[in-house]
Design a protein around this ligand. Structure first.
Ligand code: AHR
Length: 515
């Protein structure tokens, strides 16, 4: 008896290792679609230090640079295989006059960036600097043009200036400014948030404005514009209804904006938050699934052939600005919590990949949910960067449908979320990648992946995790959060098992079984 009691007392003292189980069923027999690489797109606005200091320091800067672009940031961004970059805004786009940003830099006029902190904009980063950056990064440019305060003529001229191969006054002006060959510009946004900072328009009015402005955005030479109309924010389905009815196939894409913000009046600190705040954030982030579905439902009815795509051209977390930083510059830190928002959002975009053809996280550097943070000559990669880098293997791969069965979690605001999320794809070489997120803060999970006839075996994997969910990288500790090799995967006959620690994100690679 004494022995039994002692054993019971001993067991009571041992920490309980909380582990759960989840099952993922791959469904290789189901219909699939391409995960367009543009889903891994980015957004760079003239806002705070996103462009100036973040990407552009100018050719005379002591910070190591290539033609004015900082080398450390260029290198980091190249690793992400950025497919598309949106510019110059955002709200800034509807006050931007492109002619201010061409010609000799010392002669360019200055302006006040009224949206973002009243900062003086010297226009030293303009059309040439942006399009050359896209060429250096090997990505498509996505120009967001001024409909709010600009004229039809100004917009039409910009398209001609950038893309015309002709012997025309505007193409010749481009040549005088140092660029002989026209650039290829595919993605062209006609306004930004025209329901808000882009002009406070009603959808009916904007629809007519879009029709008028877009008419004069011509295809020059062999350049073909993919025209993107301003779409709804969040659940504004009326905006979508009106646009589908009044603009329809005159647009190639309809933008959707969705930010993970729980309370716009008290967004909260990026780094100091409770477990409840964390779970509430994930619940909010996952609303993007319902937002997309609400607009898809309208589009599936009015455009059953899926000729018009959804472009989620602004998304991400939005926290309080870091104490001590310039008000209106939207500088925020980025923790493992942001990494989870990135991972879950990308998984949702994959799932809606038949209709969602582009997504652009806000923003590239030093603003909102950034990839990199810079200070003088220092740069750190954020946890969100690492998710984009680990998930880049899904770019242009075929979506592998799957079903996840995992224990539920209930957020403080009573939303039911899963403890494990997953997405999978098969690339052109036949290699499969599965990305998983165990969002639980305190429970590891044994995940069984049933291959259901898909013939694959384990190859390699990487994991992103950290001791605390609020862990982040800063200039004194740049490598607190970084991916490590993952060793928790085992292959069985027609299944795999993956042991996922609490709060971890994993990407594994599987190769065809015969290889
Ligand atoms: O990304 C910051 C701002 O958020 C953009 O300028 C605007 O389009 C949105 O409201």
């Amino acid at each position: 008896m004494k022995k039994i009691l002692t054993l019971a007392a001993l067991l009571a003292c041992l920490p309980i290792v909380a582990q759960e189980n989840a099952i993922i069923d791959l469904q290789p027999q189901k219909e699939t679609w391409r995960i367009e690489k543009e889903i891994y797109g980015h957004f760079s606005e003239h806002l705070g230090t996103c462009i100036y200091g973040g990407v552009w320091v100018g050719p005379d800067s002591p910070i190591p640079n290539t033609m004015g672009y900082r080398n450390d940031v260029l290198e980091a961004l190249k690793q992400l295989q950025i497919p598309v970059l949106r510019w110059p805004g955002g709200c800034f786009a509807d006050e931007y006059h492109w002619r201010d940003g061409i010609g000799p830099r010392q002669l360019r006029p200055k302006m006040i960036n009224t949206h973002w902190g009243g900062t003086v904009e010297d226009n030293s980063f303009g059309t040439h600097e942006f399009l050359n950056l896209c060429e250096l990064l090997g990505c498509e440019p996505y120009i967001s043009a001024n409909l709010g305060s600009g004229t039809v003529e100004e917009m039409a001229d910009w398209v001609e200036y950038m893309t015309s191969p002709a012997d025309s006054p505007l193409a010749n002006l481009r040549r005088e400014n140092g660029r002989d060959e026209p650039w290829k510009v595919k993605y062209f946004g006609v306004g930004n948030e025209s329901w808000g900072c882009g002009g406070n328009m009603r959808p009916e009015f904007y629809a007519d404005q879009y029709r008028r402005y877009a008419t004069y955005c011509r295809n020059f030479g062999d350049n073909r514009l993919f025209k993107i109309a301003v779409g709804p924010s969040d659940f504004d389905v009326n905006w979508t209804e009106v646009m589908m009815e009044r603009v329809g196939r005159r647009m190639n894409g309809l933008s959707v904006h969705f930010y993970t913000v729980y309370n716009w009046n008290a967004k909260g600190s990026a780094t100091k938050f409770t477990p409840d705040d964390y779970y509430r954030t994930l619940g909010k982030c996952l609303d993007i699934d319902k937002v997309i579905q609400s607009h898809r439902t309208i589009m599936d009815r009015t455009d059953p052939d899926q000729r018009i795509s959804i472009m989620v051209d602004e998304w991400g977390t939005w926290w309080d600005e870091e104490p001590g930083t310039v008000r209106g510059h939207l500088y925020q830190q980025n923790t493992m919590r942001d990494a989870f928002v990135a991972a879950l959002s990308l998984m949702v975009f994959h799932k809606h990949g038949e209709r969602v053809k582009m997504a652009n996280i806000a923003q590239l550097a030093n603003v909102l949910q950034a990839m990199v943070l810079t200070k003088d000559d220092k740069m750190v990669l954020t946890p969100t960067y690492h998710v984009f880098e680990m998930f880049k293997v899904h770019q242009d791969a075929d979506f592998m449908p799957l079903e996840v069965n995992s224990p539920d979690l209930v957020t403080p605001d009573k939303k039911v979320i899963q403890s494990v999320y997953a997405t999978a794809s098969v690339n052109q070489k036949g290699t499969m990648h599965i990305s998983l997120a165990n969002v639980s803060l305190d429970r590891s999970c044994e995940v069984t992946v049933n291959l259901n006839g898909a013939q694959y075996k384990e190859s390699s994997g990487r994991i992103l995790t950290s001791g605390e969910i609020s862990d982040h990288n800063d200039f004194d500790h740049p490598h607190t959060v970084k991916p490590e090799p993952y060793t928790g995967m085992k292959s069985g006959k027609d299944f795999l098992t993956l042991t996922m620690p609490a709060k971890s994100i994993v990407t594994v690679e599987l190769v065809p079984a015969g290889k």
